[in-house]
Design a protein around this ligand. Structure first.
Ligand code: FAD
Ligand code: UDP
Length: 366
């Protein structure tokens, strides 16, 4: 049996960076991936010339110069800027929360007017916000919370806003200027030709076994390399010995439509509590596509159960405590190292995954 320097479990972005760095140092890698394609959640499928973000909309954004250079050395990025629109029972509002949102919500035009209204509506929150609801009201007041946050968040997380950590909403900018850019980072875009361009370069030269679950023959695979980098869920690696970590899963409904332009924007969030999906993506707008047809995807959120894809870690107190126990087990391993969104149970964006993989290589691997 061939022996490799590194066995990479999971063919996502984290292990892609490991593979790329390993190749530069002349090391050999075997990749074992459960799905039939490489790329993890950033994989794109081409339909009628449109790159479809098969596992959810992905917009690259970063303020890390090293990471921006790293990805630009591998792929050319377009100038897409994410400006999603919220749809509340047919009323549309610009996101993130900015003067365009406030102006439409209250029929005002000046920052001072918006500040005054929010100041009045947030009076009920005194002291440090203790949960997502308090944090949201404290940032943007009750009207924006009721129309644009409450329903969306409950659908997304399947939990009351009162039972979620404040940190989740702190990701979103709140601005008193007319600026619909969803992100504050100086660099943003989508790789021309889709994320697969990036993935193909990262995994160049690796041996790859697709459609293969590492856990089904763990002992055999463990013997195939000197080091194993595992990017699946850490609790499954230990056969859930301390119990199951919670994840949010998603279901995607892709549709090819005989229309040129369905919703006029790449991302439309449905922020009411009644529409069963959280958002609708029109993929061609990520690339300024001019095709005759269009592909739209409805994204439904669900509690993770066996057999589903675990997309989001649920970083509340209960799960964070349980994760710490698995992490302790992981730290005792000599041969196996854990990384990535599932291995570290962290709500990582792509740039943070690259940053963490580069650090991992330097400190633990090469
Ligand atoms: P993953 O992509 O999850 O890869 C792990 C891989 O391991 C998977 O392919 C899985 O099949 C495989 N695997 C798991 N267990 C096994 C096993 N036992 N055997 C074999 N293979 C296994 N980030 C941004 O920067 N911008 C965005 O706009 C953005 N949008 C997102 C939208 C959604 C819906 C989601 C879910 C994430 C989004 N992200 C975004 C985050 C981004 O997807 C991640 O940061 C990144 O893809 C994580 O890479 P990874 O390699 O850690 O994990
Ligand atoms: N959010 C919301 N309304 C929106 C968009 C976001 O209430 O229209 C909240 C929601 O709780 C979400 C969080 O803000 O989980 C973070 O949003 P982001 O778009 O960063 O989530 P992602 O899908 O990238 O994880």
């Amino acid at each position: 049996m061939k022996k490799y320097d590194f066995l990479l479990v999971g063919g996502g972005l984290f292990n892609g960076v490991i593979a790329n760095e390993a190749r530069k140092k002349g090391k050999t890698c075997l990749v074992i991936e459960k799905r039939d394609v490489l790329g993890g959640n950033i994989y794109c499928r081409e339909v009628e010339g449109i790159m479809v973000h098969e596992y959810g909309a992905h917009i690259f954004h970063t303020s890390n110069e090293e990471v921006w250079k790293y990805v630009n050395d591998l792929a050319e990025f377009n100038h897409y800027i994410n400006c999603p629109v919220a749809n509340y029972h047919g009323e549309t509002y610009n996101l993130p929360f900015n003067m365009n949102t406030f102006s439409k919500m209250w029929g005002i035009s000046k920052p001072e007017e918006a500040k005054k209204i929010i100041e009045e509506q947030r009076k009920e929150i005194t002291g440090e916000p203790q949960n997502l609801e308090e944090q949201a009201i404290s940032l943007v007041g009750t009207d924006v919370y009721e129309k644009l946050i409450k329903g969306y968040t409950m659908k997304q997380w399947g939990r009351e806003c009162k039972d979620l950590p404040a940190s989740i909403i702190k990701r979103l900018p709140v601005r008193y200027i007319y600026d619909n850019n969803y992100f504050n980072d100086p660099h943003q875009g989508i790789p021309k030709g889709g994320y697969n361009v990036l993935i193909e370069k990262l995994y160049e030269g690796c041996d790859v076994k697709l459609g293969t679950d590492f856990l089904e023959d763990k002992e055999t695979y463990l013997n195939m390399a000197d080091k194993v980098i595992y990017t699946g869920t850490i609790d499954s690696f230990y056969d859930y010995c301390y119990g199951k970590l919670e994840y949010r899963s998603l279901r995607f409904e892709h549709e090819l439509l005989d229309e040129e332009n369905h919703q006029g924007v790449a991302v439309m969030n449905y922020t009411d509590g009644e529409t069963p999906y959280t958002r609708k993506i029109e993929h061609k707008h990520f690339e300024f596509g001019t095709q005759e047809k269009t592909v739209v995807t409805k994204e439904y959120s669900a509690e993770w159960e066996d057999g589903m894809e675990p997309y989001y870690p649920v970083n509340d107190k209960k799960n964070s405590r349980l994760f710490e126990k698995y992490k302790e087990l992981g730290e005792k391993e000599e041969k196996v190292l854990f990384g990535g969104r599932l291995g570290e149970y962290k709500y990582y964006d792509m740039d943070k995954v690259i940053e963490s993989a580069l650090k991992f290589v330097k400190e633990k691997l090469l």
